[in-house]
Design a protein around this ligand. Sequence first.
Ligand code: DC
Length: 234
Amino acid sequence: MTGEKIIIAIDGHSSCGKSTMAKSLAKILGYIYIDSGAMYRAVTLNALRNGWVNNGKPEIDKIVSGLKNIKITFIWDKSTEKNTTYLNGENVEEEIRKPEVSQNVSPISTIAEVRREMVKQQRENGLKKGIVMDGRDIGTVVFPKAELKIFMTALPEIRAQRRFLELSENGLDVSFAEILKNVKERDEIDSTRAISPLKKAEDALVLDNSNLSREEQFKWTLKKIEEIINKNES
Ligand code: DC
């Protein structure tokens, strides 16, 4: 697809396939892909490693002052078609997906200073457009003027099942019940937090994929992109 580059913001609940969709779009359009959730996960991993989370309670001052010492970058590996997250030059892609990080990331992502710093870095990546970013507040806060905003969702049970399969395939010993609990807890925290809660931007298109295949969702989204690009050109 040729034409003017746009910004694509994909928000939605956890484990509803935002990253898969965003990666596929970035690939076909030749755009940059940024997984904003991975950035909050990297901050969480850094906090856990330093012992700044006690019984699920983050030590806010330490986490905030530690922000200046961390650099989060992404490298797109063409051969594996995977996006890899680096924390201070270390590949942490696998570690940030582990249950311990998933269980602690939502409270850490409610810290105002953490959000301010992540949003600043996210916006820097979008200066030249030609970007697909997924997260919770991309269409509402990070890029409120994004040309295409999609709000993805699916039933919690379906999302938990997808996560369960993904983690099991990666050899992690996890229970479905635990994952479902975590999915629901994260929905609750993400949607009710005071700063930048997960909510649909007014002009976002809703994509409920409970009963849709990846191909169907992808086709639907590409059609929307085509319409926007054609409209911008006419
Ligand atoms: O997309 P994910 O599940 O990897 O995101 C991990 C957590 O990070 C999620 O519980 C909420 C938080 N997050 C956020 O607050 N804002 C974003 N833009 C992306 C993720």
